[in-house]
Design a protein around this ligand. Structure first.
Ligand code: KG4
Ligand code: ZN
Length: 357
């Protein structure tokens, strides 16, 4: 029986300090031995968003403990770890540097390989921590930092079909919440308020809605919400704004996901119609049920990984590390942090919009 690789994953790209130990079973299916996450919601909530320097200091304070905890919960000894994988980008440079330096020092001290991981590759492969998925599949990643449609063709082979040209979707939820006087991160609260509101009360803009393809844009919505929020007179007005905002997002995602299905089928000529939705906004029940209905109408199998695996976590980073370890794709200890790092090298300029991403 071959010894299976044991990988320590470390994630500090934004406001989660996370470490995880992942291996695989005899059938080659990934197994999570531990998955520790410490969120910084409390730290940033009074500022209405993540403050990079505060986030970095919290990573410094916690990283050592989080890694020890991940090793201890795995039931293994430190010497049994075969490689360390750290997120190297994209993300906040001051935050990335903490997990990256820690991972490099750990690898150097233990004399084991170091692997630099693209955070987006972690999200792209994360559903494979839960079930054995065939390639290719279509991924919609909607989080506080990213909004994109990706065709996941193989490990290491990704094609970005669409991306936001301005704000991420979670960011749009949080900015709307802030205008309604809700603390960061306000996305989950918007969902609660929307339940009591009239989704047709306000007609809000749907930027680039009628453009083909599946690029997204949410910045114009914030300006519109700013305008209507000046006339808030009572709680019901807030409920109506939240409901109208959420309905507008549903309409945008409905149209753009339909376009993404067409693009995905065109490039993959595939009968494997699988649609994975990851990232914090995937927790929104209205968005979820709209996307599930859309999948049913178009013969797609919808997959929503559990929230601890589709939000930021280190198990997905360790998983990418595991795959790279198996093909001996290691990195040098001078590997830099990359605050901007597209998964699809051919998509580094957004066609037509002139936006570097
Ligand atoms: O993927 P995630 O957990 O972390 C990062 O982006 O790093 O996503 C967090 C984002 C936040 O913007 C939060 O407001 C949003 O996901 N979010 C939601 C909901 N739950 C979390 N947005 C809308 N509805 C929700 N139920
Ligand atoms: Zn993420």
């Amino acid at each position: 029986m071959n010894k299976k690789p044991i990988i320590l994953g470390i994630e500090t790209s934004c406001d989660e300090t996370a470490a995880s130990i992942v291996t695989e079973n005899e059938q080659g299916i990934p197994v999570i031995l531990s998955n520790i996450i410490s969120s910084q919601f409390e730290l940033h909530k009074k500022f209405g968003g993540v403050v990079p320097e505060l986030a970095a200091r919290a990573h410094i304070d916690k990283i050592d403990w989080i890694v020890r905890e991940a090793i201890s919960k795995s039931g293994l000894k430190t010497e049994e770890i075969d490689a360390v994988a750290s997120t190297a980008g994209p993300g906040l440079i001051v935050c990335l540097s903490i997990g990256l330096s820690f991972g490099k020092s750990f690898a150097s001290t233990m004399n084991i390989p170091f692997i630099a991981v693209n955070h987006l590759e972690g999200h792209a492969l994360s559903p494979r921590l839960q079930e054995n998925l065939d390639y290719p599949y279509l991924l919609l990643l909607i989080s506080g930092g990213h909004s994109q449609y990706l065709s996941v063709k193989q490990i290491g082979d990704y094609e970005r079909l669409g991306t936001t040209i301005d704000d991420a979707l979670g960011e749009a939820f949080d900015k709307t919440a802030k205008l309604l006087g809700i603390e960061f991160p306000g996305g989950p609260q918007i969902e609660v308020l929307a339940e009591k509101g009239d989704p047709n009360k306000y007609e809000l803009p749907k930027p680039i809605f009628y453009k083909g393809g599946c690029n997204l844009s949410f910045a114009g919505l914030k300006t519109a919400i700013l305008k209507v929020s000046k006339n808030i007179k009572n709680e019901q007005d807030k409920f109506d704004i939240a409901a109208s905002f959420q309905k507008t997002i549903e309409d945008i995602l409905y149209k753009k996901t339909k376009n993404a299905f067409i693009q995905f089928e065109k490039i993959n000529k595939s009968k494997n119609k699988v649609f994975v939705v990851a990232g914090g906004v995937a927790a929104n029940k209205k968005i979820r049920s709209m996307l599930i209905n859309l999948c049913n109408q178009n013969d797609y199998k919808p997959i929503f990984p559990p929230i601890n695996l589709c939000g930021d976590n280190a198990a997905m980073i360790a998983l990418v590390g595991l795959e790279k370890f198996k093909i001996k794709k290691f990195n040098d200890l001078d590997y830099p942090a990359k605050p901007r790092w597209s998964l699809d090298e051919n998509a580094s300029f957004l066609k037509g919009a002139g936006v570097k991403y």
